[in-house]
Design a protein around this ligand. Structure first.
Ligand code: MN3
Length: 200
């Protein structure tokens, strides 16, 4: 029971001009695919074969002898989550319960964006910026390399990939510009709201 590379939830060109088809062709078709291929070969014929992706991530997170498996499994999960964290004509503002919580926990959407931007830009090197629910309280967290908040029992609502491969073709070294565009033009608040509803 090998893992598959799930298709993107939209066409490769659907996020243009904010994220190019070329970026998605490499990022999904090569980077994400490589994590799936490596994971499958690393767990084949081991006791982890046949387990769910989340189980593999949780079981290997604190075992340094299984860092290779953890890194590939977490990257498979993180990337699938990232594609869904964006949508064509995204951005705007969340509604309902989620915007109430954002107002309560961050002091408004603009303040949330400012703090998310700071976290994403402030992550030294490769990693991820996340909005998570931690026992219903919303938090912004950043993780290095492949690390994912599900290891901490937090419920991710959305994420932005801040590895250079996520933005270099479109934004070169300008990570702040990429993160701003992610928040203003790409972010999928409907997906975040669905995840928040499940965090109860
Ligand atoms: Mn990536």
């Amino acid at each position: 029971m090998a893992f598959d590379l799930l298709p993107l939830p939209y066409a490769k060109s659907a996020l243009e001009p904010h994220m190019s088809a070329k970026t998605l062709e490499f990022h999904h078709g090569k980077h994400h695919r490589a994590y799936v291929t490596s994971l499958n070969s690393l767990v084949e014929n081991t006791p982890l074969a046949g387990k769910s992706l989340e189980s593999i991530i949780r079981e290997t997170a604190k075992d340094t002898s299984k860092a290779g498996i953890f890194n590939n499994a977490a990257q498979v999960w993180n990337h699938a989550f990232f594609w869904n964290s964006m949508k064509p004509a995204g951005g705007g503002a969340p509604v309902g319960d989620l915007i109430s919580r954002i107002d309560h926990d961050f002091g408004g959407l603009e303040k949330f964006k400012e703090l998310f931007q700071q976290a994403a830009v402030g992550q030294f090197g490769s990693g991820w910026a996340w909005l998570v629910a931690d026992k219903r309280k919303l938090k912004i967290v950043k993780t290095a390399n492949a690390m994912t908040p599900i290891v901490q029992g937090q419920v991710p609502l959305l994420t932005c990939d801040i590895w250079e491969h996520a933005y270099y073709l479109d934004y070169q070294n300008r990570r702040p510009d990429f993160v701003r565009v992610f928040l203003d033009q790409l972010v999928n608040w409907d997906f975040a709201a669905k995840n928040f509803a499940r965090a109860k």
